[in-house]
Design a protein around this ligand. Sequence first.
Ligand code: 13P
Ligand code: SF4
Length: 307
Amino acid sequence: MLSKDEIKQLSDEILRLKKEKDALILAHYYQRLEIQQVADIFGDSFELSKKAKLAENRLVVFCGVRFMAESAKILNPDKKVLLPAVDAGCPMADMVTPEDVLELRAKYPEAAVVCYVNSSAETKAVSDICCTSSNAIKVVKSLPNRQIIFVPDKNLGAYVAKFVPEKEFILHSGFCPTHRNITAAEVDKAKAEHPNALFAVHPECEDEVVAKADFVGSTSQIIDYCVNTDAPEFIIGTEVGVVDRLAYYHPEKKYHLLTPYLVCPNMKKTELSDVLAVLRDESNEVIMTQEEIEAAKAPLERMVAIK
Ligand code: 13P
Ligand code: SF4
């Protein structure tokens, strides 16, 4: 754990180098608070994709996990994209392969493939359109196909399916280990401890947990809900970074993390010293071939184009 002085020293040096090197720092809401505080832009995965696409700086430093930095590179390939924590992956993204998708396509030739952005560039390349947790319902509704192959998150897929009953969903079996672990009994316990709190949850959680929520949404949508709803207290069913952010920037309300285990170990790999190192050395560049970029571009661009 860094002291306040160490955080200040590292942050000052990052802010200085950021200017000198013409870098834009993007940070996901699951990043440590001190990382969010040196970022130019913070947000959920959809907002960060949109901002990365528009970035004009020479360097883009992506404080998040690999699939997010890859999406930034695919959407803005002329930029040098740096990933401070080089081994920050997403276990859910590794649960589906392009071969899985091709197999499902062969089985359901009429279906459209909707690929959650938490996936590799190779898997995106064999999909029709990407989605995030903030736009998945809109994405699915935009498609003419009656059958939808949804990869890799079975929970997000099942959640979306409820809003589009006219379509048939073929769900892959992937999941987020951090969100999947939450149980309905833990929700009941938190509600009993905080009877006046509203419960907001990420759709990567299991159905029985989502069913108990007052609000379901992406990380940004959860933050907006807590800030804009006229209630003083919330139970948060997503990663601790969201609670850290809310508690710091909106201290007038109370936030309870549903369980102490809501921590994404990969998101927490990024330290201020990593951000400083990649800025200084321009290291950990996301390298993709032109073919890889071209192959994954269309599904991501289609998602970003949806209003
Ligand atoms: P958001 O799309 O809400 O940013 O979520 C990304 C993610 O990885 C959730 O686990
Ligand atoms: Fe992946 Fe889950 Fe971490 Fe999100 S919280 S990056 S889905 S492991």
